[in-house]
Design a protein around this ligand. Structure first.
Ligand SMILES: Cc1cc2nc3c(=O)[nH]c(=O)nc-3n(C[C@H](O)[C@H](O)[C@H](O)COP(=O)(O)O)c2cc1C
Ligand code: SF4
Length: 468
């Protein structure tokens, strides 16, 4: 585990001395962490109280100064996003993205199940600071326990005067509506989520020109934030931006939750220090995953949820810092690492991921709808031992039709493309199309020999020979 470069951590509730700071998971150790009683006994709603005692603009500035990076994937600072809404347009909404369905990602579910009041408090602080009049909490359909606990917590919070009219005796009033999704991955994309909330099919909207901050839910200014992003706010308002930025690095302050799955000894969700903790710390550290199972070697890992291009052991020393992981060819994305050890059947692993994205395509744009399906079909054939070597290059070609020049490989070199641009150039409305290609591309580029061992070499018969 990387030591704290700044000396001692600031003393604050949620901080465990001699241990890593816990900004969002400090109550996880309590059996009754989801109850109002426990929440109030552990500083609950004091961040809101502190916020309401200050002008909203000051609270907004506090969040901006802390550079709370969005934890939903893109890493856009929350305070800056809130500033993008047009002034004087009412009503304006906060939409909480609790649709978490990215393969390997299960951190938001834990936050919703184990500490629903923290999320509710975060929503209230965001609404106050950004001047939002109503909040919709959209929770993935399959997460029954999270929905139940949030519903109970909301009832408790309404009854105790934390949500609703004149909160804590102030002039600030806001309602929070819990909405259950129906279980579609693409609805995690913010504009698809808004469509779904409006009662339409969950298909992403074209953007630009209109981003939700300007034209979102019901055509009104809307801030969409991730569950973990908002869960940071109570701690931040209790302790201040200075304490927050004292953790992590200047560009990636605070902590972040990372879900680790696959072939490690101790898979799970960990709250790590942003910007500093490396993949090696997390996968091999005693307090985290404790190394690869059965003493096997690490073969590859997906560093940022199923959509992310894969890394190999030589990239283990990269820290959780977007500015380093991006140029290295991948992304931190949704905060999920999938670990593959030396026993992994790589083509099959890639197929599992590609099948997911092909299945989840909403069908609105052709390269994703057709391309994802073709990638899955060709890869299935290869995995089943029925493919030919031509199939391997065919997969690159199909991928190119989804996100041209997105990944470095032989055909890109021919086109003179050497860098790995991120975000990808893509022929699709949203990231689901490229996500179907990312696992195929990574697997095929890094472990081509495993694919070649499975395919039949095609022997081309010269046309003249056929004619004779
Ligand atoms: C296909 C797709 C799925 C997504 N799924 C999620 C999700 O489950 N949860 C989430 O918070 N963001 C998800 N996002 C990102 C959201 O569109 C949005 O950027 C995010 O909710 C903004 O919150 P943040 O700024 O707090 O990170 C997804 C994006 C795409 C393209
Ligand atoms: S990329 Fe796929 S999921 Fe996204 S809008 Fe297009 S068809 Fe739908």
């Amino acid at each position: 585990m990387t030591s704290n470069p700044g000396g001692t951590w600031p003393h604050a509730p949620g901080f465990i001395e001699g241990d890593r700071p816990r900004i969002v998971t400090s109550r996880f150790e309590y059996e009754d962490s989801y109850t109002l009683q426990r929440y109030l006994a552990t500083d609950g709603y004091s961040g809101l109280r502190a916020a309401l005692g200050r002008p909203a603009t000051e609270v907004h500035d506090e969040v901006k100064n802390a550079t709370v990076l969005g934890r939903g994937g893109a890493g856009f600072p929350a305070g800056n996003k809130w500033g993008l809404t047009p002034q004087g347009v009412w009503p304006r909404y906060l939409v909480v993205n609790g649709d978490e369905s990215e393969p390997g990602t299960y951190k938001d579910r834990l936050l919703m199940e184990r500490d629903p009041h923290q999320l509710i408090e975060g929503c209230l602080i965001a609404c106050y600071a950004a001047g939002l009049s109503q909040c919709f909490l959209y929770v993935r359909g399959e997460m029954a326990l999270a929905q139940e606990r949030i519903a109970t917590a909301l009832n408790e919070a309404y009854a105790a005067g934390y949500v609703g009219k004149n909160i804590l005796g102030s002039k600030f009033s806001v309602d929070i509506v819990l909405h259950w999704g129906a279980g579609a991955y693409v609805v995690g994309e913010e504009t698809a989520l808004i469509e779904s909330l409006e009662g339409n099919r969950g298909m992403p909207r074209l953007k630009p020109p209109y981003f939700p901050a300007a034209i979102g839910l019901y055509g009104q200014p809307t801030i969409v934030n991730n569950v973990e992003t908002l869960a940071n706010l109570p701690w931040l308002l209790r302790n201040g931006a200075e304490a927050y930025t004292a953790i992590g690095t200047a560009t990636s302050p605070g902590t972040r939750m990372v879900a680790v799955s696959g072939h490690v000894k101790r898979p799970g969700v960990y709250e790590i220090i942003n910007g500093i903790t490396t993949f090696r710390d997390l996968l091999y550290g005693e307090e985290f995953c404790q190394g690869i199972r059965n003493g096997n070697e690490l073969k590859a890992f997906v560093p940022g949820g199923g959509s992310a291009p894969w890394f190999t052991p030589d990239q283990l020393d990269l820290p959780f810092e977007a500015s380093q992981v991006g140029p290295a060819g991948s992304m931190l994305g949704s905060g999920a690492i999938m670990v593959m050890d030396s026993t992994t059947d790589i083509p099959r692993a890639a197929l599992t991921l590609t099948r997911f994205y092909a299945h989840e395509s909403c069908g609105k744009c052709t390269p994703c709808r057709e391309g994802g399906t073709w990638l899955e079909r060709i890869l299935s054939r290869v995995v089943d031992g029925k493919g030919t070597d031509a199939d391997l290059d065919q997969m690159f070609e199909v991928g190119e039709s989804i996100c041209p020049g997105a990944f470095p490989h032989a055909s890109n070199e021919k086109l003179g493309i050497t860098a790995v641009p991120f975000p990808y150039r893509m022929n699709t409305i949203c990231f689901v199309g490229p996500s179907a290609y990312a696992p195929v591309h990574s697997a095929l580029t890094l472990f081509r020999e495993e694919f070649e061992a499975r395919v039949t070499k095609r022997t081309l018969i010269p046309v003249t020979a056929v004619a004779q």
